[in-house]
Design a protein around this ligand. Structure first.
Ligand code: APR
Length: 410
């Protein structure tokens, strides 16, 4: 393609948002709600971003966050989650209530691509500036008063935008984090040593999201719509999806879910990946703020990845609003610390659940001692209302209604 010169002048805006996934689109929508200018730059096409399938549940806290911005009805799709999660241990069913019983809307079974499509539509209808298929995004003067973002549009023209803040919402393989000088961010990483095969199929969804534990390995079955399901199968960490032809997938699911009559259907997507967790600390450098997967990856168990991205987006948008409207920088200064507090809370929950559901079934990798510990944790969850309440609190993402006073010693 023919290269064209940089447009003569830098275009001014308040916030440049890099990435139009759940994090970037949420930031953009919330900023529009406050009347704050922003430009969103996305590497892929609108069609590509809109069909990318990943997470499937918007936790109660995030539903209420969208509601507080007056956006819940417009951006959330899918039915309400009925608050019941099924654990099937060696074929025995245990229903766990994962709603906390508080007043207000609960979680929604809203696939990520539905949220992304709706956020896109609302933002464009609101007059938002979304630029797709941009290339060569680069960040400059991050510690100055007016940083610059440069990029190339599809016709080869080079552009420059100056702004007050940059929201790095470009996921784990994006460019924004690489603009931070070496040594500023610390990466805390964990490889769980576990692989998952994930399969999307046109097959009936389960009555409730289902986690199945057995000596054959972990499996899960989640609804993805009225006639479609997502399944997960524990597999060796580097297994290739080709090692899992249809008949092997359905045989393994029927065995692990202890459901010989499980209805099969056409498989529309099949991927495998290693379970891993990653946190970058801090989530800010100068006027660049990392939001969502650009700052942290959480193992999928517990469904926190997208919800953490929505949490960061909310804090960032409020912080920018306070800065512009009230000249109050408290939110900007505390952004990284407040996000990381929730990130580590959710990492701990996800790690606990990951270990529990894998160790409880399979003692080849973890040993009989850890298997019995995991079974004891599940037994406690199924029998203790206090433990079940703590589990529900973590699933909803809501803050506890009140902090009990800590007893003081004499
Ligand atoms: N320039 C512009 N856009 C980019 C660049 C780049 N150099 N690199 C990546 N992007 C875009 C990607 O194409 C993608 O659309 O940034 C977006 C990042 O979106 P996600 O990876 O979905 O990350 P995020 O928005 O933080 O979403 C949170 O939670 O459930 C998890 O991983 C799941 O995607 C989900 C995430």
């Amino acid at each position: 393609m023919q290269e064209r010169e940089l447009t003569e002048e830098s275009e001014p805006t308040t916030v440049v948002v890099i990435g139009a996934g759940p994090a970037g689109l949420t930031v953009a929508n919330l900023l529009r709600r406050c009347g704050i200018d922003c430009i969103v730059l996305e590497r892929r096409s609108r069609e590509y971003v809109a069909q990318r399938q990943r997470a499937g549940i918007v936790e109660s806290r995030a539903v209420r966050m969208f509601e507080s911005w007056g956006l819940a009805d417009q951006v959330l799709g899918g039915p309400p989650h009925d608050g019941i999660l099924e654990f099937r241990v060696d074929g025995e069913s245990h229903l766990v209530d994962d709603s906390d019983g508080s007043a207000g809307p609960g979680a929604r079974l809203c696939p990520q691509q539905v949220l992304v499509q709706k956020l896109t539509t609302v933002h464009l209808a609101d007059g938002g500036d979304l630029r797709y298929e941009v290339a060569d995004v680069s960040l400059h003067d991050l510690t100055g008063d007016r940083p610059t973002v440069r990029y190339r549009s599809t016709d080869g023209t080079l552009h420059a935008i100056t702004c007050d803040f940059i929201a790095g919402c470009d996921g784990d393989h994006g460019v924004t984090r690489t603009a931070v000088p070496d040594g500023v961010l610390t990466a805390h990483a964990l490889d769980h040593g576990i692989g998952w095969l994930t399969v999307l199929a046109d097959a009936p969804p389960p009555a409730h999201p289902l986690l199945a534990i057995s000596p054959h390995g972990f499996a899960a079955h989640f609804p993805r719509g009225p006639h479609s399901s997502r399944y997960y199968l524990q597999c060796p960490p580097d297994d290739h999806p080709d090692a899992w032809p249809d008949h092997r997938v359905w045989d393994a699911l029927r065995t692990r879910l202890a459901d010989p009559a499980l209805t099969a259907g056409p498989i529309t997507d099949r991927e495998s990946f290693r379970l891993r967790s990653l946190v970058h600390d801090p989530m800010q450098y100068g006027r660049l703020f990392l939001v969502g997967d650009a700052a942290h990856i959480v193992s999928p168990m517990g469904g926190k990845g997208m919800n953490l991205a929505l949490y960061d987006a909310d804090l960032f948008a409020r912080a920018v609003r306070d800065h512009i409207r009230d000249h109050d920088d408290t939110g900007l200064r505390s952004y990284s610390q407040r996000c990381l507090r929730r990130v580590w809370n959710d990492q701990e929950f996800s790690h606990w659940l990951t270990r529990t559901v894998h160790d409880a079934g399979d003692d080849t990798a973890s040993g009989a001692f850890l298997r019995n510990l995991a079974l004891a944790r599940l037994d406690r969850l199924f029998t203790s209302p206090t433990v079940a309440q703590a589990f529900a609190e973590l699933m909803t993402g809501l803050e506890p209604p009140q902090h009990r006073p800590v007893p003081t010693g004499r």
